[in-house]
Design a protein around this ligand. Structure first.
Ligand code: CAA
Ligand code: NAP
Length: 247
């Protein structure tokens, strides 16, 4: 296989960690992009080393801030080389029923989960097209596909991720760059374990597979979309949700 350089945002979170590990196992060089204020970077790197992943390249960048990710991309290229695979994974929730939602909660989620795709993808997509090869993989959500009460901000952002994916896929299709989305269902990470216990129990009961996804089950899909043989897959959304919702 060809070794590629992959940059994963939100790399030190639950899904991000599994995505970094899966890409490394597939033979890729991985830049682990993290929030500049994340204070457990060294701890995370040590845990990864202990798990056999010694070569992650940590680079800071706030995906909601264009200047910050410009610097992130420069540092990533200096340390790892041109970025071939981008995984837009960083994200947050600020759940609230719409009647009580503040503009601040709306803006935070739209900026971090959707405008981040403009900020980060801008740094790499034209260069991928010039080189004639690239993979852009955007992490959406089942709640962007079906909508979720308490998440007008998040559902709007994650639906926006899918629209962005389909449009950019068309622009880059003839340039050897694929753009795809993954819409995971509920995955066992801190984003989900933060949900009130009784509500979470109800959610799990409603999933036909009757459990949360393991982060590795999403990492596997990222490796699939990053593969050489996925060159004909573009503009797609992979729904990996335990049967919770079919389009
Ligand atoms: N549909 C319609 N109305 C609902 C509802 C639903 N599913 N759930 C609750 N309501 C109503 C209630 O009946 C109540 O109505 P009244 O005010 O008329 O009595 C009102 O909404 C408030 O309900 P709560 O008491 O539950 O409100 P709360 O403020 O305690 O909690 C919430 C609101 C934080 C949004 C909470 O309901 C919640 O956490 N829901 C889960 C949302 C969710 O699934 N988030 C996913 C997070 S993980 C993630 O996002 C990852 C991913 O991509 C999958
Ligand atoms: P997580 O464990 O909370 O990880 C999210 C990561 O994003 C964290 O590392 C976080 O850093 C980082 N991040 C947040 N804001 C950032 C910013 N402005 N700049 C840079 N990094 C930032 O949650 P997760 O479950 O792994 O979520 C990963 C992605 O999957 C998100 O886009 C989420 O919406 C999506 N998703 C999750 C689920 C699920 O059920 N878990 C389902 C569907 C989709 P800090 O910790 O420093 O804030």
């Amino acid at each position: 296989m060809t070794q590629r350089v992959a940059l994963v945002t939100g790399a030190m979170g639950g899904l991000g960690t599994a995505i970094c590990q899966a890409l490394a196992k597939a033979g890729h060089k991985v830049v682990a992009a993290y929030h500049p204020q994340f204070d457990k970077k060294e701890e995370w790197l040590k845990e990864q080393e202990a798990a056999g992943f010694k070569n992650f390249i940590p680079v800071p960048g706030d995906v909601a801030d264009l200047a910050s990710v410009q610097a992130m991309a420069v540092e990533a290229e200096q340390k790892a080389g041109p970025i071939d695979i981008l995984v837009n994974n960083a994200g947050i929730t600020r759940d609230k029923m719409f009647k009580g939602m503040e503009r601040e909660q709306w803006d935070a989620v739209i900026n971090t989960n959707l405008s981040s795709l403009f900020n980060v993808t801008k740094q790499v997509s034209a260069k991928m097209a010039d080189r004639g090869w690239g993979r852009i993989i955007n992490i959406s959500s089942v709640n962007g596909v079906k909508g979720q009460a308490g998440q007008t901000n998040y559902s709007a952002a994650k639906a926006g991720v899918i629209g962005f994916t389909k449009a950019l896929a068309q622009e880059l299709a003839a340039k050897g760059v694929t753009v795809n989305a993954i819409a995971p269902g509920y995955v066992a990470t801190k984003m989900v374990t933060a949900i009130r216990e009784d509500i979470l129990k109800g959610i799990i009961d409603s999933v036909p597979v009757k459990r949360l996804a393991k982060p590795e089950e999403i990492g596997f899909a990222v490796v699939f979309l990053a593969d050489e043989l996925s060159g004909f897959t573009t503009g797609a959304t992979l729904n990996i949700n335990g049967g919770l919702h079919y389009q």
